[in-house]
Design a protein around this ligand. Structure first.
Ligand SMILES: *Cc1c(COP(=O)(O)O)cnc(C)c1O
Length: 213
């Protein structure tokens, strides 16, 4: 585990999102007191309870979990950012709920960079087409992409994967100039992600310690 100050120093030029899934509300409040404002959750029901308890704090909440289409309504209600959009169906539902709520959601398309069978996310080759389909949805602001490459121990291998992601992001930005967010890098690989051009890292265990079960 690193101190908040150490991680903030490493992340000086990127947005640091604290991933608080399976961490108690008290730890979120502690980090908030140190100045952290962006927090991410993976599970709707867990997030619902925690966000209610922390209502008085000025937190920007990010949803980064798998999206079941019957959960799009609470997600549109609770979260400011939804980073795990991986289909037009989910995007269309989020847009409809956001419209009903009079909200604007910041979204990222989740990319399955290495085409891993067990992972959600759109294949790299389908990204531009999905982005073009999402763009007209007026209550969603398409901000960029989120991804988790295959886990690698070596810095060089991490960097190579993140550079592929940066290349994909550059292609998306050429097609959709408004995109500004390349969300990649977690506790074990954020340095390589930053070196490859990440604009947003999502850190859980390195900030909070091991998750509760
Ligand atoms: C849990 C999670 C993280 C944080 O992972 P750590 O290894 O604890 O830093 C980041 N992104 C996503 C999508 C996650 O599910």
């Amino acid at each position: 585990m690193l101190s908040y100050a150490e991680i903030k120093r490493a992340a000086a030029d990127v947005t640091l999102v604290a991933v608080s899934k399976r961490q108690p509300v008290s730890k979120i409040a502690d980090l908030y007191d140190l100045g952290q404002r962006d927090f991410a959750e993976n599970f709707v029901q867990e997030a619902q309870e925690k966000i209610a308890q922390l209502q008085q704090l000025d937190i920007t909440w990010h949803f980064i979990g798998r999206i079941q289409s019957n959960k799009t309504k609470p997600i549109a209600e609770l979260f400011d950012w939804v980073q795990s959009v991986d289909s037009l169906k989910v995007a269309t539902r989020l847009n409809r709920h956001a419209e009903e709520l009079g909200r604007q959601l910041q979204i990222c398309i989740c990319v399955n960079l290495d085409s891993e069978a067990q992972k959600s996310g759109v294949a790299a080759k389908d990204l531009i087409e999905l982005a073009a389909a999402i763009r007209p949805l007026s209550h969603l602001n398409l901000r960029g992409i989120m991804l988790i490459p295959q886990p690698q121990q070596e810095y060089a291998a991490q960097l190579a994967a993140f550079k592929r992601a940066k290349h994909l992001f550059d292609q998306l930005q050429a097609a959709v100039p408004q995109v500004d967010t390349l969300s990649m890098g977690m506790s074990g690989d954020y340095q390589a992600a930053i070196d490859a051009g990440s604009t947003m890292i999502r850190i859980g265990t390195a900030l909070f310690g091991e998750r509760e079960v």
